[in-house]
Write a protein that binds this ligand. Structure first.
Ligand SMILES: [Zn+2]
Length: 154
């Protein structure tokens, strides 16, 4: 099954479920970088990065104007929808405006919170300096100040 993940879906996912061919847009990756978020870094090797064509993006923009979702959707949101439209993929998102517009466009969508799609987030944060492990995210190691790396909790 082909799916396009938005930023909220990436944040909520521990691993790409078996049988999924997962895509993200460059905009979603840019958002991850902007927030310096490491939660998704284990997922990224299993995910393809792609971009929608301007033609698909125009269709989405037009639909968003029609439903009044334009003001609630970022360019990244619209690109996610456009890519799903183009790939005939489902959108995985917890954003109601994206879900709403997906319905209008005839794009299948799934909330991340749907049972069976995802396991509850279980991450550890490992210090790259002193090796201490934290259960909660920290900007850097409170002990030695080194950057933390996300690891899957076992
Ligand atoms: Zn440390």
């Amino acid at each position: 099954m082909k799916v396009v993940l938005d930023t909220s879906a990436l944040f909520g996912m521990e691993q790409v479920p078996p049988g999924w061919e997962a895509f993200v847009t460059e905009g979603v990756l840019a958002e991850l970088e902007k927030y310096n978020d490491r939660r998704a870094e284990n997922l990224l090797p299993a995910i393809k990065v792609s971009q929608a064509t301007t033609a698909s993006l125009s269709k989405v923009k037009e639909a968003a104007r029609g439903t009044g979702d334009s003001s609630r959707l970022s360019r990244t949101d619209m690109e996610v929808l456009a890519l799903a439209l183009e790939l005939r993929a489902a959108v995985v998102t917890d954003d109601y405006s994206i879900q709403n517009l997906a319905a209008v466009l005839g794009v299948e969508f799934m909330p991340m919170s749907m049972k069976g799609i995802t396991k509850v987030l279980r991450w550890n944060y490992l210090c790259t300096g002193c090796g201490k492990v934290f259960k909660e995210p920290q900007p850097d190691c409170p002990v030695c100040g080194s950057p933390l790396r996300t690891t899957r909790r076992r």
